[in-house]
Design a protein around this ligand. Sequence first.
Ligand code: NAP
Length: 290
Amino acid sequence: MAKVAFIGLGVMGYPMAGHLKVKGGHEVAVYNRTFAKAEKWAAEFGGKAFRTPAEAAKDADFVFTCVGNDDDLRAVTVGKDGVLEGMKKGATLIDNTTASAEVARELDAATKEKGLHFIDAPVSGGQAGAENGVLTVMCGGDEAVFEKARPVIDAYARMVGLMGPAGSGQLAKMVNQICVAGVVQGLAEAIHFGKQAGLDMEAVVEVISKGAAGSWQMDNRHKTMIAGKYDFGFAIDWMRKDLDIILSEARRNGAKLPVTALIDQFYADVQDMGGNRWDTSSLLARLERK
Ligand SMILES: NC(=O)c1ccc[n+]([C@@H]2O[C@H](COP(=O)([O-])OP(=O)(O)OC[C@H]3O[C@@H](n4cnc5c(N)ncnc54)[C@H](OP(=O)(O)O)[C@@H]3O)[C@@H](O)[C@H]2O)c1
């Protein structure tokens, strides 16, 4: 059993930290910017809540972060009272935020300078994946460090893989999001077409989901999409943050992402419709807009 700290108890972090305590059996210290959430977590799971990231990280062998974007991540790590001020030599920082490969490399260098280790470890699987402890985790970092971290990460994961050096986990998550964007737009167009054609789309999906058109998005989102409900997980504001990171990276590495860039603009339309917190399947709402 390890001593663990978890920074950022949002939709994802709250249940992930819970699995580290309950399933992993680790001793867990938590920090959340809104302290009441940290107190609630501590009362529910029996860990300890701290007022700063540095204090929470002080005795930990592994420090997890799961916050919003690059700047939020910098604030809780290299910022004032960030975890790097508190971590003991030899400890490992594991970042579950979806962030840029650039900030992962920055944190890799900053931790190495202090005799610490770093793994970028963004996740896929959504709120349900976090709550059920079955996330997919894409890691970047040194192999020996990864091998020590992996059994701890296992507490909230179904699949954990090392993709390469620091930043590679974030790059793999970008690949994941490129796939998701295209699949969701395709599914939205398919459902829109089927409804216009007067088909019973529940019946259609029941059949075609077993064939070549089947996907996670189809299995998990078709019912709510058909019902016009978009309150089931990953918010569009977060998706646009991810697409922004992806399109910047593509400008650097020369990849051509014409459809991904277009879908980013479709999501901008959905934000204009007031859908900032709707889930990513709301691309259908844009097609059905009168
Ligand atoms: N939700 C999903 O389905 C999903 C799936 C895969 C990956 N992700 C990624 O996972 C990360 C977290 O997502 P989430 O859905 O858990 O977000 P969320 O519910 O909005 O939670 C964000 C957490 O970060 C904290 N935070 C944000 N900015 C901060 C700052 N500057 N300083 C300190 N703490 C800060 C928030 O604290 P407060 O409580 O004080 O606001 C909160 O604990 C994001 O990078 C997201 O893209 C999300």
